[in-house]
Each structure stands twice: as structure tokens, then as C-alpha cells.
Design a protein around this ligand. Structure first.
Ligand code: NAP
Length: 297
């Protein structure tokens, strides 16, 4: 008989128990990664839901109470709240504790958190490439990270043991793990996630600015194209405001290239240059196939 793996952490604290925090907590309970989970969340509703649904063992609005004695602290709130949180938890952290996070931007997160943490605490920044357009603990589910990537971006001189432990946590809850430089992460995510969200917000925004009848018809006849954009554009406004503010330079760089490519397509349509259009659409179809082949569809 295969022996069950030992829990990796005695006590885990989640700062923020929304979609991602709750999904991690549920997955960690199922994989027996820890025996005790506490959350500190500013929302009384989220705290109550997390307790009622059995996602956590305890919930508080007191940062110190939550992180005291925790072996692992996971920050899972919108990224621009990180600095305040780092300052609030710093003096309560136990020596040797690991602090990690799930924020969608890494360079600014590291700059906001690392300087405030004591030397005897290990900071291993992370980002699971998994999510939905829903928010709150009630949207969480244990399978969210199955076969998804989780990217770790440890700053130089981070304890290798702490990195291995965080990587092991992600593997035990079903994810595949990669490590990356924070800048590189932010540029990759600007292309794969941030720009698509910006486009979706723009398209849906344009539709909502249309005058009466036209707007009603857009909603009534919304075919899969527009409908898919509305799903993305329904993502949490605070979380996405923070992502664009925190990853401004990378998003602006990619946006510049995107604008140039869009102008080229505009020109192709104006010049009835079907070849340029068909060539591009053929290339993009192949990209979809490779994502399906990589089982990330
Ligand atoms: P969420 O569902 O909106 O939950 C965030 C929770 O944190 C809310 O209950 C919120 O309470 C609470 N909170 C906000 N500021 C706080 C603070 N200063 N102290 C304590 N609690 C606080 O968010 P999420 O979707 O799980 O996203 C969390 C993080 O994961 C973000 O950094 C995001 O970039 C990252 N991420 C998200 C996804 C995704 O698809 N959603 C995917 C990968 C990574 P209030 O409602 O009262 O503000």
C-alpha cells in the first residue's frame, strides 16, 4: 500500500479568501497539504461563507491573529493591496515562515512586499495560470489548478528549500510548476492574459456606448464572438484595475505592437488584400491547435 504523503504545513493562513484563495484552500484540504487553515479577509461576507462552506477552520479580520504561528501565508487579494498587507503582517510572522502569493503581476508585487518582510521569513512569489470570471469564496473549487501551470518567481537568494516546498504544494494540488524571472513573467502575461482582457473590456464597452436600438440588438443577437468577450469582460473590476496599474509598462509595450498589427489589418481590408487576411487567420488557427494539443484549452 502506498503511504499517504505527510502534510507539508501545520498551519496555513490565507490573506483573502476569494476565488483563488478558496480554490487553493479546498484543494489543499483535499490533498491533505495541511491540517489547519485560517483566513483574514476584509469582507465579513467572505469570512462567513468560507466558514459556512468548510473552506477554512477559522476566519478573522485581524492580520496578526491570522498569521501568528502560520508556517505558510498565502496573499490572495488584489495586487495593489499587497504593500499594506505586508506591512500589517510583518511583525506577527513566525521565524522560518514562508510567505507566498497568487498575484497576476510579479515585479511590482515583489517590490511592494519583500522590503517589509523580516529577514527570517522566506518570500516565494507565485502565480497560478488558472481562474474564472467569478469572484468570492463561493466560486472556489478544488479542481481549478488541475493540469494548469503555476509560475514561481523567487527573487535572488531566496531559500531553495522554501521554493521546493512551495513547488511541492502546487504539485500536490494538481498544478505543473515553472520558475521565471519576474519581468519575463509580466511580459508573457501581458500578452496571454492582460491584453486579451483589455480588448474584451474595450469591445464590450464600445457595445454599451451604442445608442438604444443598436445596443439592444447587440445583446439580443450576441453570437459566440461577442458573447465570449462579455464573459472575459465580466471579470472582477478591482482585480483588473490593479493588474493594469501594476503591469503598466509591459501592457503598454504589447499594446503598441498590437495597435501596429491592427493597423496592418485595417489596411489589408481597405485594399481588399485577402491573402494577408487569410495568411494570418491560418497562422492563428494553428496556435489554437497547439493549445489544445498542450491540454490547456
Ligand atoms: P476575489 O475573488 O475578488 O477575492 C479577494 C478577496 O480578498 C475578497 O474577499 C476581498 O474582500 C479580500 N480583500 C481585498 N483586500 C483585502 C485586504 N487588504 N485584506 C484582506 N482581504 C482583502 O479575488 P481573486 O479572483 O481570488 O483574486 C485574488 C488574487 O489572485 C489577485 O491578486 C489576482 O490577481 C490573482 N489571480 C486571480 C485569478 C482569477 O482568475 N481570478 C487568476 C490568477 C491569479 P472585498 O470584497 O471586501 O474587497
Amino acid at each position: 500500500m502506498v503511504k499517504a504523503a505527510k502534510p507539508l504545513f501545520d498551519r496555513v493562513a490565507f490573506i483573502g479568501i476569494g476565488l483563488i484563495g478558496a480554490s487553493m484552500a479546498l484543494a489543499m484540504r483535499r490533498a491533505k497539504v495541511t491540517n489547519f487553515i485560517v483566513t483574514c479577509d476584509s469582507s465579513a461576507k467572505a469570512r462567513k461563507t468560507a466558514l459556512d462552506l468548510g473552506i477554512v477552520n477559522d476566519a478573522t479580520k485581524d492580520y496578526g491573529k491570522a498569521v501568528k504561528d502560520a508556517d505558510l501565508v498565502v496573499i490572495a487579494t488584489p495586487v495593489r493591496s499587497y504593500e499594506t498587507i505586508a506591512k500589517a503582517i510583518a511583525r506577527h510572522l513566525k521565524s522560518g515562515a514562508i510567505v507566498t502569493d497568487v498575484g497576476s503581476v510579479k515585479k511590482e508585487v515583489i517590490a511592494a512586499v519583500k522590503p517589509h518582510l523580516p529577514k527570517n521569513v522566506h518570500f516565494v512569489p507565485g502565480h497560478p495560470i488558472a481562474g474564472t470570471e467569478h469572484s468570492g469564496p463561493e466560486a472556489g473549487f478544488a479542481e481549478l489548478f488541475q493540469n494548469r501551470w503555476s509560475i514561481l518567481t523567487p527573487p535572488p537568494r531566496t531559500s531553495a528549500k522554501a521554493v521546493v516546498k512551495v513547488a511541492e504544494l502546487w504539485r500536490r494540488i494538481g498544478a505543473k510548476v515553472d520558475t521565471m524571472q519576474p519581468d519575463h513573467h509580466d511580459m508573457v502575461l501581458a500578452i496571454t492574459s492582460h491584453l486579451p482582457h483589455l480588448i474584451a473590456y474595450t469591445i464590450v464597452g464600445t457595445a454599451t456606448d451604442l445608442e438604444g436600438d443598436l445596443k439592444r440588438e447587440v445583446i439580443k443577437y450576441s453570437a459566440s464572438g461577442f458573447r465570449d468577450f462579455t464573459r472575459i469582460a465580466a471579470s472582477d473590476p478591482v482585480m483588473w484595475r490593479d493588474i493594469f496599474l501594476a503591469n503598466g509598462p509591459a501592457v503598454l509595450e504589447i499594446l503598441q505592437r498590437f495597435t501596429e498589427d491592427l493597423t496592418a489589418l485595417q489596411k489589408a481590408i481597405r485594399k481588399t488584400d485577402g491573402k494577408t487576411l487569410e495568411d494570418l487567420f491560418t497562422r492563428t488557427r494553428a496556435v489554437r491547435r497547439s493549445i489544445i494539443d498542450a491540454r490547456q484549452a
